[in-house]
Design a protein around this ligand. Sequence first.
Ligand code: M6R
Length: 615
Amino acid sequence: MCGIVGYVGSNSSLDVLIGGLRRLEYRGYDSAGVAIITDDGDLVTRKRAGKLVKLTSDLEHTPLADGKTGIGHTRWATHGGPTDGNAHPHLSADGRLALIHNGIIENFASLRDELLAEGFTFSSETDSEVAAKLLGREYLAGGGLAAALGRVVVRLEGAFTLLALHQDEPGVVVGARRNSPLVIGLGDGENFLGSDVAAFIEHTSRAMAIGQDQIVTITPTSVRITDFAGLDVDAEEYEVLWDASASDKGGWSSFMAKEISEQPDAVANTMLGRVHDGQVVLSELAELEDLLVGIDRIIVLGCGTASYSGMLGKYAIEKWAKVPVDIELSHEFRYRDPFLTPNTLVISISQSGETMDTLVAVQEAKAKGARTLSICNTQGATIARESDAVIYTHAGPEVAVASTKAFIAQITALYLFGLHLARVRQTLPASEIAAALVELSAIPGKIATVLKSKPEITELAGWMSDSRAILFLGRHVGYPVALEGALKLKELAYIHAEGFAAGELKHGPIALIEPGQPVFVIVPSPRHPNSLHAKVVSNIQEIKARGARVLVIAEEGDAAVLPYASEVLRIPLAGPLFEPLLTVIPLQIFAMELATAKGLDVDQPRNLAKSVTVE
Ligand code: M6R
């Protein structure tokens, strides 16, 4: 939530900031703004409510003086609606200092009262302006910008990333973070700060992570990191593996369309280098190897789509590695005082690696003595760094708010973990592990086959664009797919959608079925041993008998569904645990195409941000 970029160097800071904000807009898009110290030494700002394009067209009509030091922000509103006044940057009382903020300052009301009592006035309803006013006041007390920031951050409660600059210190941008993301980009004669590496990836692939409760000062030629008390701390440089062009639309109508098409690669790249001689070797688990043999329980944490990949991980890990797995929403886990033992492994799943609910749940698990593993798509992300070990998914940057390729890559990583664990614990013969890996290796080609059905799905979505509610049913691994299909539709097309376990139907949800009600049903292959195919077909009959319009996702050649289905979307044969990697694809495309048919922005759906960095 909220994208942040900072720049010092010898180039136009306006160009760098706007370029960075374009790449960060997926983090929040209800207003945007910049502050620059001009070449004449003035501090100038411009901010506008609405998407970034509002700011850029405003800058085209009324250009802003440029300079070589600047900060920029794209906002997802928490305190105060999306207005010009609430947009960042916010200024100190004397107008010589500008500040941008991501997060929530929980004690802002008492700080604001303190400042009001001293005669300060406020021009916004935000918690962030309180930090700007406080920092301006502290700056006047002396010691420079970084020292003033150190005195301010210790007074703040909650989560924050702050960036600030001051007219009297051209060529300096300072930043601070607590439970909110901030990364340094290292250039040649220039340096950058960003909420994530997308902010500066077109300029440099050299990055440095900033730890919790740390302050950074960048100049064109130096980077200094301290703790909140001002003591120097070391940080390691790393190479960002993402290619700058990977976060461009590249000719596709939307990032989501591009990312859906990249799913074969998301699976293949996540497997790359991790399979040797028919076995999975995850060298990144070395830290946890002692635990894996005697592990007594796994708890998987995530939110939204990440939690659904976790549900699928449960089916696979329990079956292969014979360890009990619980899946829990991070925000529920965090506040229920969970009972953990030193032999419990807590696996967190997060594309961004910055989701606040998941981050604090990981911190809670560690505080309670559990060991932690994260599955993340973003190198150097906070959750990855706070976990004992990390398995990176290699889906590449995911820009569209709706998660697609990251979901597929998370399932792949969880399956690799399950097979690794099965080898370490000797719960599955080597031949069965090898056979599962053959299945997984075939998935990219099978996804490519499913992607060819796009025209058919687009047509279906066009017919259904005025639907008021759509239901999704699945059993076993089809159940998380039903939940994911419903989530995609809600977030993109703003249509009421619910996913149900098909077995639950007669326990309540069947009351929703009335003539014409569209219901997607995910049908497992009839060819698997102990297949639930017959059970699902009987659920189809039950809803058909009550007038539902049945839309089926079924294996190529499954004729049993034909008498009841209005539409059948076909997938190639895959092993029972591997079907979700295929059955979810038509549902992703359906949601995207239905939103497009309704004229909606599929990359930036209303009210949402890609990375939820506040609780
Ligand atoms: O970055 P994360 O994977 O932690 O994000 C978790 C959820 O916020 C995310 O999956 C969300 O549900 C997506 N917008 C769904 O498409």
